[in-house]
Write a protein that binds this ligand. Structure first.
Ligand code: ZN
Length: 843
């Protein structure tokens, strides 16, 4: 099982982690910093739930001040959140956030791991979280992480003793960490893991406490801290030219899709961790009493003897002077039996040898991608920029079973280039995040290969092993095959070398709503992964639907080129939903994947292969009115959704609205969190309320309570108090409180059944109090809570209607939930049945 361990450690190091598509080039001061880390044999594991939960100050402090191997274990990849920089959501957002975490670790010197848990959205209580996650699986993954990483100390970001006070994912991460601490050393627990790893008992576990746990800074000052370890996380590293908190801010600023770009901090700053289990360390030293020298490893003393001397006498002007010693230490290290430390420290030491000798090794594919079965070329560059003799014995391409044996002395500062061409084996896996290869559940990803569990990303398909003889000793150096290229406006760039299908397909609109029986044209985009692709495409569809033509032949000449073909899709007369799935046949093979590329400057380009499909929904929906004004808030796709059911939506800028401008619209809809983010609304409320008074309909979607309340006394024309009430169970029973109200009768009759099939949650930030003019329409609650009646409230105002709703239409409409569409159509249609209603009331 030796091979597995090599595999496991490859992406773990600062130098060689995945982010280093772009090679690190260390100054001698940075090299010295790495040498100090090489000579520290201690490990810390930081545990939390999401990308951005991690305390980058503490991670950086442990990695750069303590010099410990420091790993952040995030339960999830953050799929459930929002995206401030692009359109990726759900699993694609998880891919983006995974890379942002890797970028953050690249800054703060930590490593990154995950479990199979999926960020399914907000959860109030760890009991709910652990049910949806499948506690057994996620606990197994935390134990797996502890057994592989072998931390001396574990630090939880969250408090396991306060369920219900924060996101259920947060508390769960701490609960699982506490349990795993107790069982990771028991060979009877998850014993199947022991064919690949060994049991492990961490020495201590802490909670990364803070003043907010105690309500205020003042209250925290009074707390007895005898059970806590204190660090000054503002310490300065002259060899890096940075303070710890400057590094932490740079790392935190990698979380750009969450809007965490921020100013740097400098100066002394205290951080506390509270001991939960294990003995209390002395002198604020978390590793106190733990042997963190080379003597902790059997046979390590001889290695340490050499390496401590190198550190002591380090020559900043000529680090290559130390190569004979470093190579000698490497040779001794290979004789150490302890596989864990041998593997880990060999990788660190090899990178130090590379940096000390100014050795540059690169394997770069000539093209950005290739398909299985195609011919590909890899350009090899090697250069030795130091005096000691280095011989390049051979270069082996792992994954292609091919090698080159130059057996050539690399003369000082003489670049040597080679070319290796081979056929990509048919069996090569496509480049795509491994956790998305199989359908998962709401709570966990499906990963069948134990060796992949926890890894931040899919290992690259091809790696180059450079076998070098340095000072008489043969040392293998591994580099992932990358693609290096340049852009005139961005300079030299690196990206992963991707293995992609010969052809992929895509329907741009992921949900197509058919509000009547009319035929719609559906475009299918086809993209070639190689030159000269020809085949046929069909569109699989649910029964009762008609698609024509039944198949379309196509030819694409150029790799990377995309064409578009059109099918006519006719829905049945009755309500129906299902999927449209393009299937492409080339020869005897069928291709059914969509390729999504995620490309931002702060992360390496990501290729994601997903099932190519679109949801189709035929709903019998009635509506009144036609022109809708939409005021954008924090961003949602509600306008596009309303257009799908035949409304004309006009996005209006509140800055431009004057009295009377809105009268031409049947309704004005305010987007999510608009009062939190759009300053102009502060001044335009009177204009909006006048519009309602004159007979208009105003619909306000959720805003967060608190942030705006000082500035806005008037989110509604009557008193409304927003609260933090939310119903997170998307299946929570919904009761109709006002069965005669037009919102549940006109033009669509709404019943409890219309709340089937909702996703993620019912809604959030419901009002908790409202004046008597309002009528609450619905009631719902999460398990163990009281009924919440504020999800949808309506009041007449002048001649018109004002509606406030915290229901999550922004989530339901884009995924085609039919009941949500009908209810929204009723909101937009309110008042259009006045004549009928009057006659009903009077009659
Ligand atoms: Zn979080």
């Amino acid at each position: 099982m030796k091979h597995f361990w090599v595999f496991l450690s490859i992406t773990t190091l600062l130098f060689t982690n995945s982010f280093s598509q772009k090679p690190d080039k260390l100054t001698s001061a940075e090299l010295f910093h790495e040498l100090q880390k090489l000579n520290f044999l201690g490990t810390a594991l930081y545990v939390a739930a999401h990308p951005d939960d991690e305390n980058t100050s503490l991670i950086s402090y442990l990695a750069n001040h303590e010099k410990a191997r420091t790993v952040y274990l995030s339960m999830t990849r953050g799929d459930g959140g929002q995206n401030l920089i692009g359109s990726e959501l759900r699993e694609l957002l998880g891919v983006l956030r995974t890379q942002e975490l890797l970028a953050a670790r690249h800054m703060d010197g930590g490593e990154q791991r995950f479990t199979r848990a999926n960020d399914f959205g907000f959860s109030k209580h760890p009991n709910e979280t652990l049910k949806i996650w499948d506690k057994e699986k996620v606990l197994a993954d935390v134990v797996w992480a502890i057994r592989n990483i072998k931390p001396d100390v574990i630090i939880n970001r969250f408090n396991h003793r306060t369920p219900g006070t924060t996101h259920g994912h947060h508390t769960s991460s701490a609960v699982l960490s506490m349990e795993a601490f107790d069982i990771a050393n028991d060979p009877k627990v998850y014993s199947d893991q022991l064919q690949w790893t060994t049991t492990w008992q961490p020495k201590r576990i802490f909670y990364n406490t803070s003043w907010w746990q105690y309500g205020s800074q003042e209250a925290f000052e009074k707390v007895d801290k005898s059970g806590m370890v204190k660090f000054d996380v503002g310490t300065y590293y002259p060899e890096l030219g940075l303070s710890n908190n400057e590094i932490a801010a740079m790392a935190r600023s990698q979380h750009l899709c969450q809007g965490f770009g921020r100013l740097t901090d400098r100066g002394a700053s205290d951080e506390y961790i509270e001991l939960l289990k294990g003995d209390m360390p002395k002198n604020n030293n978390v590793f106190e009493g733990i042997n963190t020298t080379w003597s902790r490893v059997e046979g390590g003393e001889a290695v340490g003897e050499i390496l401590y001397k190198v550190e002591e006498n380090f020559d900043f002007q000529n680090p290559a002077k130390h190569i004979p010693d470093l190579v000698k230490a490497y040779e001794l290290l290979q004789q150490v039996d302890d596989e864990h430390w041998r593997t880990l420290k060999s990788e660190e030491l090899k990178n130090i040898i590379l940096a000390a000798s100014g050795l540059y090794l690169e394997a770069s594919s000539a093209s950005a991608s290739a398909t299985p079965g195609s011919k590909t070329t890899i350009n090899i560059e090697t250069i030795n920029r130091s005096a000691p003799s280095v011989t390049l014995k051979e270069i082996e391409i792992i994954g292609a079973d091919t090698k080159l044996m130059p057996n050539k002395v690399l003369g000082e500062n003489q670049r040597e280039n080679f070319e290796i061409s081979f056929t990509v084996p048919e069996s090569t896996s496509y480049t795509s995040p491994y956790w998305l290869n199989e359908p998962g559940t709401l709570g966990t990803y499906t990963v069948n290969e134990q060796g992949l569990i926890g890894k931040p990303e899919t290992p690259s398909a091809f790696k180059a092993i450079f076998n070098l003889q340095i000072d008489g000793i043969e040392i293998p150096f591994e580099k992932s095959v990358v693609h290096r290229y340049s852009k005139p406006d961005r300079g030299e760039l690196y990206e992963p070398f991707a293995i992609l299908p010969e052809v992929t397909s895509k329907i741009d609109e992921k949900v197509l709503i058919f509000a009547n029986a009319d035929t719609k044209e559906v475009q299918v985009k086809i993209r070639a992964g190689k030159n000269d692709v020809s085949g046929t495409v069909v569109l699989n569809h649910p029964s009762g639907w008609v698609v024509s033509p039944s198949s379309i032949p196509f030819t694409i000449a150029q790799k990377g080129e995309e064409i578009s073909v059109a099918f006519n899709v006719t829905p049945p007369n009755t309500e129906s939903e299902g999927k449209l799935e393009p299937k492409i046949t080339l020869g005897s093979k069928v291709y059914d994947k969509e390729l999504v590329e995620i490309d931002y400057n702060h992360i390496p380009k990501q290729s994601v292969l997903l099932p190519s499909e679109a949801k189709v929904v035929r709903m019998n929906i009635k509506k009144s009115g036609e022109h809708i004004a939409y005021i954008m808030g924090a961003g949602d796709n509600v306008p596009e959704s309303l257009e799908q059911i035949g409304y004309q939506v006009h996005v209006v800028d509140p800055n431009d609205i004057q009295n009377g401008d809105l009268d031409k619209y049947d309704a004005v809809v305010v987007g999510i969190r608009a009062y939190n983010v759009v300053d102009a609304l502060k001044f335009k409320q009177p204009v909006l309320f006048d519009y309602v008074k004159n007979g208009g309909t105003m619909i306000v979607q959720y805003n967060t309570a608190g942030r705006w309340s000082n500035q806005f006394e008037n989110i509604a024309p009557y008193d409304v108090t927003l609260s933090r009430d939310r119903v997170t169970d998307e299946n929570a029973e919904v009761k109709i409180l006002a069965p005669n109200n037009s919102l549940v009768n006109f033009p669509n009759n709404i019943t409890e059944k219309d709340f089937d099939g909702w996703v993620q949650e019912r809604g959030l930030y419901f009002p908790s109090e409202w004046s008597s003019e309002f009528t609450p329409i619905l009631s719902m609650k999460d398990e163990g809570e009281t009924e919440k009646q504020g999800s949808l409230i309506v009041a007449p105002y002048g001649e018109g209607h004002y509606i406030y709703t915290g229901l999550s239409f922004f989530r339901e409409l884009p995924v085609g939930v039919s009941g949500a569409y009908k209810l929204f159509a009723n909101m937009l249609s309110i008042g259009k049945d006045e004549v009928k209603k009057d006659s009903n009331v009077k009659g």
